[in-house]
Design a protein around this ligand. Structure first.
Ligand code: DGJ
Length: 740
């Protein structure tokens, strides 16, 4: 890993043997972008990559020169209004009404390791040898504003982390209306734009469109990263698949409003912008003030999307997620939500936990409904004290009773919200986000607390901290069940209202980090009506997240498959729930529900007392299986084999780091009559090792990868005596174990 600076050509080269990233100071002092891709030899001069042609309808920077126009330069952190007409990375509104800026090279530093970002989630290093950071200072000499562009390259990843720190050293009040975390100008547009979009209960479906001249983007304007879009996009060459071809991944470590945009210009170059959504954003930067953008991560792969995903998985699993739970097998939990909803008593909860313990569950989670006057979703949010009618001994006694069963206790909170029917709202009606003289919309009968105000965050912290200090709580599910409307903070001046969305999310991060610090043993799982905030920002504080409220096994195939493009398997909360499924009314076999959920942070979302003895026995076997293999399932290298978006068979697999154990999940959503012979080509195995499959036949890794694992079932031809009957929603987990 190295960061080179060539003084003569003013060229920067960040490389680590896997990738290269090249920039240079342009003739006008701005910073140009030369290359991002597979590693290149270093040399002093890459100027040939700057193509400058005279073209009609172009404006030029220097008088008498008809070659140098920013419109034709690939740039690092572009501005609008001079000779470039594309969307900019930064815009600063000045007191005279102008938004024009001119940021030119001032200085740079190169250091080992990676600095933390104050108040924001970011990748970290465990030692300075893991990474090097280049900081380039650009300066607008008229306004005296400095931009510090941070680039971290890692020894072991084909990845770059980028962020920008903006400092007003001048004497005027400025308004930052755009401040992207990442801008990248690519020399062509021969890419497919892949994004992960959907809605509540069908989050992160894979969507693919060919790049076209103009703008294509995904974004959130909802105050959370959202179910609708995710702050992760890919650009891939046509024909790129899981194992071959070029793909670039762009991910934003942020949980609020974001924009991920690609602009293709007239000459088929592509500009990628990723950062806080400029829509509605306006940050006042008074003299002496500064602004830190969230961090963005770019990963390059020339070996297909699978290797791109595995780079994100490992980086996010080991250098974004942190704390005691980062590398630990995740406890098998049982959550009471779909088992009881709001209808429970202390004894009922204990009886559910008892059954769970009998079958091997390790953690019982009490979901919504335990606090304040919460007997339905109309009251109680904001009052984080146990409801004595339901829990006469409070959380402390319930937690103790659960612990006495020999199982850990976890608790649900929705810290950012309040119902009007709550003591908190009655004492602080001004603590919600609300536009003066306008009506306030509700979502699920609740209102959003103004987390841009430190005193609000302090009050919620005090309530949560009290419960966590008094009761033995080992896990927290942090929910967030509505988007933000009428976003306005009465605590901020009118000229700072464009800051509220971002300040809100900073408040959320602040509460998370204070709780993480005070209760380091607690495992946090984030949630937002299912997967409405499944983003890298949350992963920094909560190493796992509830993937979706849709717990149906067939639906989950698509949701977990799409989520796996960026996020590690250990981060995906996935549970077995009752049938008919509560969201889609579908009945799937218990085995298939577990076979899908075990590729995730595994658990149950039902009352085991309601199952038959035979089903209970199955549950015990499932739990035994997950305990035996969860390290491979959750922390192994993950390979997508067959997409649920392309047919009725889905397959994926996890392989242990030493490649001696592999688990292949195979799922068939619709059965066939007299169907074809079937096989799946596996990936990631050692070609020279012989693997025993399900304790029966053995095959070498090369056979399994190049010829394939036979998955033909009794739907091909006639069912033979003793053969398992193939059916709809069928599935199997093949266990591959290397021999000797
Ligand atoms: C939405 C979550 O996604 C569910 O799992 C559950 O916790 C409910 N909220 C509780 O209100």
């Amino acid at each position: 890993m190295n960061i080179f600076y060539h003084e003569n050509t003013k060229t920067f080269h960040l490389t680590n043997g896997q990738i290269s990233y090249l920039m240079k100071v342009l003739p006008n002092g701005c910073l140009g972008q030369l290359y991002f891709g597979r590693a290149l030899h270093d040399r002093e001069n890459f100027d040939h990559l700057l193509e400058t042609k005279h073209r009609p309808m172009t404006s030029y920077v220097f008088e008498g020169n008809k070659l140098f126009s920013l419109e034709h330069c690939k740039q690092e952190y572009p501005v609008y209004g001079s000779t470039d007409f594309r969307h900019p990375a930064i815009e600063l509104l000045q007191p005279n009404g102008s938004r024009l800026t001119d940021f030119t090279y001032d200085s740079h530093t190169i250091s080992f390791g990676k600095p933390a970002l104050k108040g924001l989630p970011a990748i970290y290093c465990e030692s300075d040898e893991e990474a090097q950071t280049l900081t380039i200072c650009l300066r607008d000499r008229l306004l005296e504003v400095c931009l510090y562009l941070h680039y971290t390259i890692f020894a072991d990843y084909p990845a770059l982390a980028r962020s920008v720190y903006i400092e007003n050293r001048g004497s005027q009040d400025l308004h930052l209306t755009t401040a992207m975390s990442l801008s990248l100008d690519l020399p062509d547009s021969q890419y497919e734009f892949v994004h992960f979009s959907g809605a509540w209960s069908r989050e992160r479906y894979t969507k693919i469109r060919t790049l076209e001249q103009g703008i294509q983007s995904v974004e959130s304007t909802r105050g959370h990263s959202s179910h609708n879009h995710n702050p992760f996009i890919m650009l891939r060459r046509q024909g790129t698949d899981e194992q071959a071809g070029e793909a670039l991944g762009f991910s934003l470590i942020y949980s609020g409003n974001f924009l991920a945009q690609v602009e293709v210009d007239t000459w088929d170059t592509s500009r990628v912008l990723l950062g806080i959504n400029p829509f509605g954003f306006d940050w006042k930067l008074s003299p002496g003030e500064s602004f830190q953008t969230p961090e963005a991560v770019m990963v390059y792969s020339c070996q297909g999307m699978g290797s791109l995903s595995r780079a994100f998985h490992k980086l996010y699993r080991t250098r974004l997620a942190r704390g005691m739970w980062r590398d630990q097998p995740r406890p098998i939990l049982l959550n009471n939500w779909e088992a009881t909803y709001f209808d429970f008593t202390e004894d009922k909860l204990v009886s559910i936990a008892q059954a769970a313990k009998q079958d091997g569950v390790e953690l019982f989670v009490l979901d919504d409904g335990w606090f304040g006057a919460r007997s339905n979703d109309k009251a109680g949010l904001g009052d984080w004290v146990a409801n004595p009618k339901r829990l006469p001994g409070g959380i402390t006694r319930l937690a103790q009773r659960i612990e006495e069963l020999g199982i850990k206790f976890g608790l649900w909170f929705e810290p950012e919200m309040v119902n009007k029917d709550s003591d908190l709202y009655r004492s602080h009606p001004d603590w919600i986000l609300k536009t003066p003289n306008r009506s306030s919309s509700h979502g699920r009968n609740q209102y959003v607390l103004d987390f841009s105000r430190p005193e609000v965050v302090d009050a919620v912290y005090a309530m949560m901290s009290k419960i966590l200090s008094e009761a033995k709580v080992s896990y927290i599910k942090w929910d967030m069940n509505r988007s933000i409307t009428e976003c306005y903070s009465t605590a901020l001046s009118p000229d700072r209202q464009g800051e509220v969305f971002h300040r809100y999310i900073l408040g959320v991060y602040d509460l998370y980090s204070r709780l993480n610090a005070k209760f380091p043993h607690v495992l946090f799982e984030s949630c937002a009506s299912g997967g409405g905030r499944f983003d890298p920002g949350m992963l920094c504080y909560a190493p796992q997240a509830w993937v979706s409220d849709d717990s149906d096994a067939v639906e989950r195939l698509k949701i977990q498959y799409g989520t796996s493009f960026c996020y590690p398997i250990s981060s995906m909360g996935a549970h077995v729930s009752a049938v008919p499924n509560h969201q889609i009314n579908r009945t799937t076999p218990l085995s298939t529900r577990a076979n899908v959920a075990c590729f995730g942070a595994f658990g149950y979302e039902l009352d085991l007392n309601q199952l038959t003895l035979e089903e209970r026995e199955q549950v015990r076997e499932q739990i035994k299986f997950v305990k035996q293999y969860r390290l491979v399932l959750q922390y192994g290298d993950f390979y997508r084999l067959k997409s649920p978006f392309e047919g009725t068979v889905t397959a994926w697999m996890s392989v242990s780091p030493d490649k001696r154990t592999a688990l292949v999940g195979w799922y068939k959503t619709l059965n066939q009559v007299n169907g074809p012979y079937q096989r799946i080509k596996l990936q990631g195995l050692n070609p020279k090792l012989s693997y025993c499959i399900d304790g029966n036949i053995s095959c070498f890794g090369d056979e399994l990868m190049y010829s394939g694992l036979i998955t033909t079932d009794s739907s091909a031809g006639e069912q033979q005596p003793g053969e398992k009957a193939a059916c709809d929603f069928d599935s199997h987990i093949f266990v591959l174990q290397a021999l000797s």
